[in-house]
Design a protein around this ligand. Structure first.
Ligand SMILES: Nc1ncnc2c1ncn2[C@@H]1O[C@H](COP(=O)(O)OP(=O)(O)OP(=O)(O)O)[C@@H](O)[C@H]1O
Ligand SMILES: [Mg+2]
Length: 282
């Protein structure tokens, strides 16, 4: 598709040059007295029209090329997802989460690297809970979320969903139960309402609006959580929002170093208390 697009564009550019040659020929005839002024005007008008059409066709071809590139990437991604389907997934994902999700001795090393970025993470995420994951850059927050979304398989340890190993659920069924909002600001070529659904939610808001939005979001999420057992995981930088979570998980260097609610974690003067006071001071 890309090849044929390039070929057609070359043909169009060449035909544009032929038009220029035709104009020059008619001009030469007119100057030497063999042609009339009317011929020159007619050829010039036609040449302008042809040029405009070639311009429009070239634009269309460029658009088609962009679409073809996106389609190639989409096909690659679909093939990757198909190839990732784990074997032995013999259960359907339950409608309701009753007990929760338990991480046991979770370890992870990114493919192509040697150093584990997550070591021995054990954690119980109770059904219906709002969980905030905090920690410095590179602590492993996003990696933890990626493992829960099953973008990667843990190198060791297990994730149990209501006491069932997560690997027994098919990947697509599991992902259908997950909704995610990311922090990266990406401008998608979609309609505004679709973009709002997949873009970062609050990166452009000030602290007050961010806090108000998340309070409403967390209240709604709690209501849904009570009904379905859904767990809300927030990876946030603003601690005014973090303190509302039922469970705060503090990560450091790929390890889980503290877990509890705000009152429990602020008292012992640990990593959370330090991060919290740093942000409060700022
Ligand atoms: N695709 C990857 N390949 C190799 N290493 C990675 C990859 N993604 C992240 N890492 C490494 O894994 C570690 C944890 O990264 P992660 O993105 O989970 O941290 P984070 O807590 O989300 O950080 P941040 O606050 O910057 O978002 C870091 O050392 C990072 O360099
Ligand atoms: Mg991150």
């Amino acid at each position: 598709m890309l090849w044929s697009g390039d070929r057609r564009a070359a043909v169009l550019v060449a035909s544009g040059q032929l038009v220029v040659v035709a104009v020059l020929l008619v001009l030469r005839q007119a100057v030497s007295g063999a042609g009339r002024v009317g011929d020159v005007v007619l050829v010039m008008t036609r040449a302008i029209q042809v040029n405009q059409q070639i311009g429009a066709a070239l634009q269309l071809l460029q658009q088609l090329q962009r679409m073809a590139r996106s389609l190639t990437r989409l096909r690659w991604m679909r093939a990757l997802i198909r190839s990732q389907q784990p074997t032995g997934a013999d259960l359907t994902v339950p409608d309701l989460l009753r007990h929760g999700i338990e991480l046991r001795g979770l370890e992870f090393t990114y493919p192509g690297t040697e150093k584990p970025v997550m070591t021995d993470v054990g954690l119980l995420l109770l059904a219906g809970a709002t969980v905030a994951v905090v920690g410095e850059n590179g602590a492993g927050k996003t990696t933890l979320v990626k493992l829960l979304c099953r973008f990667y398989e843990a190198t060791a340890g297990e994730i149990m969903v209501d006491s069932i190993d997560i690997r027994r659920f098919p990947l697509d069924g599991w992902r259908r139960r997950i909704a995610a909002g990311f922090q990266d600001v990406v401008r998608f070529e979609l309609r505004a309402r679709e973009t709002v659904g997949i873009d970062e939610l609050t990166s452009e808001l000030d602290a007050e609006a961010d806090h108000a939005l998340f309070e409403r979001y967390a209240a709604n999420a709690r209501r849904v959580g009570r009904r379905t057992g859904a767990i809300i995981i927030l990876v946030l930088r603003r601690f005014s929002t973090v303190r509302m979570a039922d469970l705060i998980v503090v990560m450091d260097g790929g390890r889980l170093v503290e877990a509890g609610n705000h009152a429990q974690l602020i008292a012992p003067n640990g990593v959370y208390a330090e991060l919290y006071s740093l942000q409060a001071a700022a």
